[in-house]
Design a protein around this ligand. Structure first.
Ligand code: SF4
Length: 361
């Protein structure tokens, strides 16, 4: 098994070229081929000498994983599925840095969704195969946890999609809990934002979490990317009934932490609130949400729910959702109803792998 170049930062590439006896400037050249020109093979790196390419090819590969399936919605949303496997994982484990202690992935699939919108092309990427957070309304959560994606696996999603050169934004909202795979997600963000990498502004990246508190603090201290927090219910007992994470890290503690940071400038925080009929969509919920978020410069995204089997709630009716939004807006909390995208290809979180991965209940 060859070692992947993808996922290495400039420091690691410098170390690698040193070990291979190549000139130091080759590290910058390789970074450019990987992250700017998006080469799929070492052979394409034509400003390296032929001898250098041959030497590297004996031990290394670029490491882009091609997608195994793509589906396009009538609204232009495209959903990509990527294979992950034990052998793939083991190869990664012997490679480098954040990958070294990653857990072994079982055979499965992860997905990325490209969402075109008003001149932008946002890629929603996965950070884990499966997820250990167990949210009851989520198909990914029902699959259980199969392993962390490496930084290479995450960056590969950006390069393998057909729209790689058109992407403008990224959201870590696909399969998995990004802050449960902190090192690899932060490495991917480093590659996306570094001058030697994709050179994106952190303002183009949003990380979505259900609130892994210790890593959330690290994320807020170490990154300037936007944050989206999955809240879904302001009442602790009700939230716990669908989100086991509430037991370890309560929403109240997440909010207290967020209050310690400044979101009045370029960095934004938003709260995701999926509307479940008869569960979290009453006036009492709206008022409690207002009390919980009062004083935080934020936005609440209200989300319609794609019903899944063996979960008692469907989506709230539009009139309820609009009343809920209005109640938040009238109380000074900016709330919007997120447009559903890609419904005809099941583009909700975890749905594609759930449908095609054969791991759903
Ligand atoms: Fe994991 Fe997110 Fe699904 Fe919860 S909603 S189980 S955190 S992927």
């Amino acid at each position: 098994m060859k070692i992947k170049l993808l996922g290495k930062n400039l420091e690691e590439l410098k170390q690698m070229v040193k070990e291979e006896g190549l000139p130091g400037f080759a590290a910058g050249q390789i970074a450019r081929w990987l992250y700017v020109r998006k080469a799929r093979s070492i052979d394409e790196m034509t400003d390296l000498s032929k001898a250098a390419r041959e030497k590297l090819s004996q031990k290394y590969e670029v490491g882009v994983t091609p997608y195994s399936l793509v589906q396009e919605s009538s609204d232009g949303t495209k959903k990509y599925m990527f294979p992950v496997s034990c052998s793939h994982r083991r190869a990664l484990n012997v490679s480098c840095g954040p990958d070294a202690e990653a857990e072994t992935l079982e055979e499965g699939a992860v997905e990325a969704v490209m969402i075109p919108d008003d001149g932008r092309a946002t890629l929603c990427v996965s950070s884990q195969s499966g997820c250990r957070m167990g949210c009851r309304f989520c198909m990914t959560g029902r699959q259980g946890f199969h392993g962390n994606l490496s930084a290479a696996d995450i960056i590969s999603q950006f390069i393998a999609v057909d729209e790689t050169d058109e992407l403008t934004n990224a959201v870590f909202m696909g399969m998995g809990e990004p802050l449960d795979n902190y090192e690899n997600v932060m490495r991917a963000i480093e590659i996306l934002t570094a001058d030697w990498g994709f050179a994106w502004s952190p303002k183009r990246i949003t990380v979505s979490t259900i609130g892994v508190l210790p890593n959330l603090k690290r994320f807020l201290d170490e990154s300037r990317c936007h944050l989206a927090v999955s809240l879904h219910n302001p009442f602790a007992t009700e939230r716990l009934s669908v989100m086991p994470v509430q037991k370890a890290w309560a929403a109240e503690d997440i909010i207290s932490l967020i209050r310690q940071y400044d979101f009045t400038g370029q960095r934004r925080v938003s709260f995701e609130y999926t509307m479940f009929a008869g569960f979290n969509d009453t006036k009492a919920h709206a008022d409690a949400l207002v009390r919980m978020l009062r004083g935080i410069e934020c936005r609440v995204n209200l989300i319609r729910f794609h019903r899944i089997p063996d979960f008692p709630y469907g989506t709230s009716p539009d009139v309820i959702i609009n009343n809920f939004r209005q109640r938040l807006n009238n109380s000074g909390i900016t709330a919007t109803v997120r447009a559903s995208r890609g419904e005809d290809i099941l583009a909700a979180c975890g749905m594609l792998a759930g449908k095609h991965g054969g791991k759903t209940s």
